[in-house]
Design a protein around this ligand. Sequence first.
Ligand SMILES: Cc1cc2nc3c(=O)[nH]c(=O)nc-3n(C[C@H](O)[C@H](O)[C@H](O)COP(=O)(O)OP(=O)(O)OC[C@H]3O[C@@H](n4cnc5c(N)ncnc54)[C@H](O)[C@@H]3O)c2cc1C
Ligand code: FES
Length: 329
Amino acid sequence: MPTITQTPDGHVFDCEEGDTILRAALRAGIGMPYSCNTGSCGNCRFQLLDGEVTHLRDDAPAWSERELKRGRWLGCQAVPNGDCSVKFRAMDQYVPYNRPESFEAELTGIEKITHDISQFMFQADAVPFFRPGQYALLHVPGVTGARAYSMSNLGAGGTWQFMIKQMPSGAATGQLFESELGAKITIDGPYGTAFLREDSPRDIVLLAGGSGLSPIVSIAKGVAKAGMLGTRKLHVFYGGRDVSDLCDATVLGAEAAGAARFVAALSEPDATWTGPKGYLHDVVFEDMGAALKDCEIYFAGPAIMSAAVQKMTHEAGVPQDQLHFDEFY
Ligand SMILES: Cc1cc2nc3c(=O)[nH]c(=O)nc-3n(C[C@H](O)[C@H](O)[C@H](O)COP(=O)(O)OP(=O)(O)OC[C@H]3O[C@@H](n4cnc5c(N)ncnc54)[C@H](O)[C@@H]3O)c2cc1C
Ligand code: FES
């Protein structure tokens, strides 16, 4: 098994055959920076000082020939061919509370949420606990490369649920939406740092765009379970394109649904729609305005929505450490 020696913090860790340097570091409890885990964001970049690695994906969007010439690789894609020395700065905020593990799970249910989003329920034996808002990597049989999906439930009893949007011609979603109950899949997790901060006393704003619904539902359930609703307001904003994308507050679970203010907004509604119209970031700013800067804000959705929400919250004066998000690539 390859041994990885890290500079400048002096960590030394083992990497199982076929595992990536990022995942091996996290499994060893080391805070290697990352976000997407699928080669798209570039946050896991490291310098290879000695040894050889191979990338899982040749076409990783966050990597180029230029990076190769500089000896820089992506931690989430780089599989060591033997012992290696690497340079990256380990950071406390990436140290996993629950170290990720890879395990087999069985598909036990599929429930339709909107016209193109369904909730997939998997059951596994002893597996790590996850926090509301985290995600896992699903190795879908017959699909090259793992895909990231955020859990929509609370981590207990080996049940892992995911709200997944069917993508036109999508490799993984195409397979998943055709799966039979009883199908076996490998799940690797938990990952992600955009989880619920139970110790924050601030009111909570949750923003979900399309497939971003999954972690937002998990966080809303977590807020209720942690008893946070007695002292904090919960505002949930959900954005879709037209009425076929709509869901209502019941997806949040009875307790959170009863206490939350749930606002659905559509960007391209028909003439019968009387609710808020426009892109989610604009609707949220118009609705919450200056109050946003006193809230803990969690959001999830496509990269384009993420960029717009980050800009809007910056302009609204929200401190960066009150923003928690994963970009969906
Ligand atoms: C942190 C995170 C959380 C996410 N959570 C959710 C969620 O809760 N619900 C949801 O519906 N979607 C979520 N997504 C998006 C999801 O991971 C997929 O991108 C989406 O389902 C499309 O996958 P597809 O295979 O059907 O589509 P395709 O068009 O076949 O694949 C597109 C995606 O797969 C990636 N990809 C392509 N080849 C490879 C490879 N060899 N290895 C790894 N990745 C590859 C692409 O970069 C792109 O992101 C999340 C993404 C991220 C990064
Ligand atoms: S590119 Fe590796 S974590 Fe995003």
